[in-house]
Design a binder for this molecule. Structure first.
Ligand code: ADP
Ligand code: MG
Length: 437
């Protein structure tokens, strides 16, 4: 008998009746709700093996089934996996159950910078400068890789336990492939008060300049304690943005006023760039050459994972390593993730924490008990067992793909001999207590 929690071939958390409701896929203990975003809920969680605390962002199936959001999630995964920077929230892994998809994220413990400013009011210029350094380090890193956030705002800047910024929520980011032939982005995005004037003009825009406009709004809010462009009437607010009508409060230093004016320049062509910000006198105050160079070191880390695993076969043949959830999402066809979350009756896929050997033995035992012929097959990174009737017709084929961290994806394909009825047509593998490995 395997260790406790392994009794169900389905793995804890997916369909086992014994699994506690707050244990996710046998791996994470879910805790309190940390925050609610537009697209997902974020929970505190603990890795049961390592004890590490993490944040788990949970997307529901109904949202995933929606074509637009499937796109949105795929994009977020694709972008987050390419980012490794101390000022950007790390994505540890992606897990999926039948009904939900979970992003396991680095836990950022200090809350939103927004809440900090909302409770304390405006911040001293030196503190604004420190946050701005960190923001520009993260933004410069992203831009140097052709990745743009496009929804930079205080709510998406979290604070860690050292009071340093971590940029989160890349849900609206765009990858370079989204750029049309004219080199400009066309998606209307962002949060009204942070949106750049060229987006309102709907002529297409350069995403780097749009991010820097939002950085200007953020910097203004930090030092002023309120938004530069605000009006209860949305159209009136957009008019102010479009015309660049804002007033810096009198306590802002002339150097900072100048930098804000360069960031909130309504002309994206003349708006300040990251490289120019690094030379700005207010930005550089108190920074020696070495510190400035370390902020500007945007490209030091190599890509962690290579891209474009489009099929399961490719993923397996590329290297002999366990698949991870990126691969699973990758081999769900196109942008439609429904293959992963709601397989047709003849084919099912689920996640289990039982070893491949345990799964195969159980299938073999059941097959032999019913008088069927059982065959094993093995490939790199994947192994399987097939069950046939005496006439050779396929009853069921079970393949197991190793995931990272002791989890496996079990793919069950039923042949015509099984679809007719009997336990092979149903959940034959859910045999708790019967012939357990
Ligand atoms: P959405 O994309 O739906 O807007 P977010 O990623 O912004 O969702 O998350 C919603 C909220 O959850 C955040 O504003 C924050 O309060 C909290 N949150 C998100 N990620 C983390 C994290 N890694 N650590 C701690 N809290 C987080
Ligand atoms: Mg958000």
């Amino acid at each position: 008998m395997p260790a406790s929690g392994d009794q169900s071939l389905l793995g804890t958390g997916t369909r086992s009746s014994v699994a506690p409701a707050n244990i996710l896929l046998g791996r994470y203990e879910l805790g309190r709700l940390l925050g609610c975003g537009a697209s997902a809920k974020v929970y505190l969680a603990r890795n049961l093996r390592s004890g590490q605390s993490v944040a788990i962002k949970c997307f529901r199936k109904v949202s995933i089934a929606n074509g637009g959001l499937a796109n949105h999630i795929k994009r977020e995964i694709c972008i987050l996996r390419r980012l490794r920077h101390p000022r950007i929230v790390r994505l540890h892994e992606v897990l999926a159950s039948r009904s939900k998809i979970y992003f396991v994220l680095e836990l950022v413990k200090g809350g939103e910078l927004f809440a900090c400013v909302a409770s304390r009011g405006r911040l001293p210029e030196n503190l604004c400068r420190r946050y701005f350094h960190q923001l520009i380090a993260a933004v410069g890193y992203c831009h140097s890789r052709g990745i743009f956030h496009r929804d930079l705002k205080l709510e998406n800047l979290l604070l860690d336990e050292n009071g340093e910024i971590k940029v989160s929520d890349f849900g609206l980011s765009a990858v370079p492939e989204q750029i049309r032939g004219d080199g400009l982005f066309h998606t209307l995005c962002g949060t009204p008060a942070y949106v750049a004037p060229e987006i309102l003009a709907k002529k297409g825009y350069r995403a780097a300049a749009v991010d820097l406009w939002s950085c200007g709004v953020i910097l203004f809010v930090l030092v002023a304690g309120y938004l530069p462009f605000n009006d209860p009437n949305l159209m009136a607010m957009y008019r102010k943005i479009y015309r660049g009508e804002y007033r810096c409060p009198k306590w802002v230093s002339p150097e900072l006023k100048f930098l804000i004016s360069r960031l909130l320049d309504t002309n994206p062509e003349s708006r300040i760039t990251v490289d120019e910000i690094l030379l700005d006198p207010w930005f550089r105050k108190g920074l020696d050459e070495e510190k400035c160079a370390s902020l500007a070191r945007f490209c030091e880390e190599p890509m962690a994972v290579e891209e474009n695993k489009t099929s399961m076969a490719e993923a397996i043949n590329a290297e002999d390593r366990p698949l991870n959830a990126f691969d699973i999402i990758g081999f769900s066809s196109g942008v439609d993730l429904s293959g992963l979350f709601g397989a047709p009756a003849e084919r099912e896929r689920f996640i289990s924490d039982v070893s491949p050997e345990g799964i195969f033995r159980r299938v073999e035992e059941s097959g032999r008990n019913d008088g069927f012929v059982v065959r094993r097959k093995g490939e790199k990174g994947c192994a399987g067992v097939t069950v046939h009737g005496q006439n050779g017709n396929l009853v069921v084929a079970v393949e197991v793909y190793r995931l990272a961290g002791g989890l496996n994806v079990v793919e069950v394909q039923r042949g015509r001999a099984a679809v007719g009825g009997g336990r092979w047509a149903g959940e034959f593998w859910n045999l708790e207590g019967e012939g357990s490995p």
